[in-house]
Design a protein around this ligand. Structure first.
Ligand code: ZN
Length: 344
């Protein structure tokens, strides 16, 4: 996680969480255990690292906050990037920052024991000793029990940051002893502001902003992953072929899906979003709700080739095959049945 050069005031989104953090610092009311909760790609790891660095940095110790736009509402505090704390933190070598690295597929008792060996050692340089547990939803119940005692009655300098995609997998005893911090979905404006700062074509970004559904990490992955963009072009070509009832398209579609089996969920979502857009285009003035805006012209030129009922049928069948695959109905059978239903 790169925190060097990051300005707290420039971090996109998560206003509530940033506001909360600054207030906790201001009132010096930091607790001992926090759980950052959100799905993959939302920035749990990034934010927890930024907060950790601020808690360690020399320049932040005197709590000098500033007000960038004189609103008296948005206070900021920035790390210096040059003190010993910042340098060792960025070099992943700060002795008072411990990031748990799991050795197996789950986080077991041994992992927690290794972490606990450090807990009673006083911080060497900083005010706090920070323990960060990524993917904490992977903690076994035994590991959680091993952690519980420390979370219940921690030494005063200890601070836990747990990152999780599923808060509900914690034992109730853990749930009641950590403060839950939910990350919020990013707004379309926040996502496009972020993507724009990273370059890229505007039209392409508009659909990515919509398709990513408030997940900044997902949006970024889509922009940077060429395979994802290729896949979308291929799916769109298949949608057009389907419209034109092109000879041999059923076989071509099956072979494409078979070759891209591991992406089947994403591919089916892309189909569903094209069908949804085409359905929207059947009605007047619905153009503004399009997701695949960059394909608008081609879709408009094809929209009379198919009826709303047909599109509803396609959408329905696509949802069904997704459900079947999630319930482990065989790939070949589900996909074959789906293709037959598309051509019916
Ligand atoms: Zn510093």
């Amino acid at each position: 996680v790169k925190t060097l050069g990051v300005k707290f005031a420039d971090i996109v989104g998560q206003e509530r969480l940033k506001h909360w953090f600054i207030n906790v610092l201001k009132s010096q009311s930091l607790g001992h255990a926090y759980a950052f909760c959100a799905e993959e790609g939302m920035g749990k790891s990034f934010l927890s690292h930024v907060f950790s660095k601020m808690l360690l940095c020399e320049a932040c110790q005197n709590l000098e906050m500033y007000d960038r736009d004189d609103s008296k509402e948005t206070l900021f505090m920035e790390v210096c990037d040059v003190c010993q704390h910042c340098k060792t933190f960025d070099g992943e070598a700060h002795p008072d920052f411990y990031r748990l690295k799991r050795e197996k597929a789950s986080i077991g008792v041994d992992d927690v024991r290794r972490l606990k060996e450090h807990i009673h050692i006083k911080p060497m340089y900083a005010k706090h000793k920070i323990f960060l547990i990524p993917e904490s939803e992977l903690m076994t119940p035994q590991a959680q029990n091993a952690l519980l005692k420390t979370i219940e009655d921690p030494p005063p300098h200890v601070l836990f940051f747990l990152l999780t995609t599923q808060f509900q997998t914690y034992l109730p005893t853990i749930q009641s002893r950590v403060v839950k911090l939910d990350l919020e979905k990013y707004s379309p404006n926040e996502i496009s502001a972020f993507l724009k700062s990273r370059d890229g074509k505007l039209l392409q970004m508009e659909w990515i902003t919509k398709i990513s559904d408030g997940n900044l990490g997902m949006a970024l992955k889509m922009v940077e992953d060429a395979h994802f963009l290729e896949m979308r072009e291929a799916v769109f070509a298949h949608v057009v072929a389907l419209f034109e009832k092109k000879e041999g398209e059923d076989m071509a579609l099956f072979s494409y899906l078979d070759k891209n089996k591991e992406w089947i969920g994403t591919i089916l979502n892309m189909f569903a979003l094209f069908f949804r857009d085409l359905l929207a285009l059947q009605y007047d003035n619905w153009e503004n709700i399009l997701i695949n805006v960059d394909k608008k012209d081609i879709m408009i030129s094809r929209k009379k080739m198919v009826s709303p009922n047909q599109l509803l049928h396609w959408l329905d069948q696509t949802e069904k095959v997704k459900l079947g695959l999630s319930m482990n109905v065989g790939f070949g059978l589900s996909v074959e049945y789906w293709i037959i239903s598309l051509f019916r």
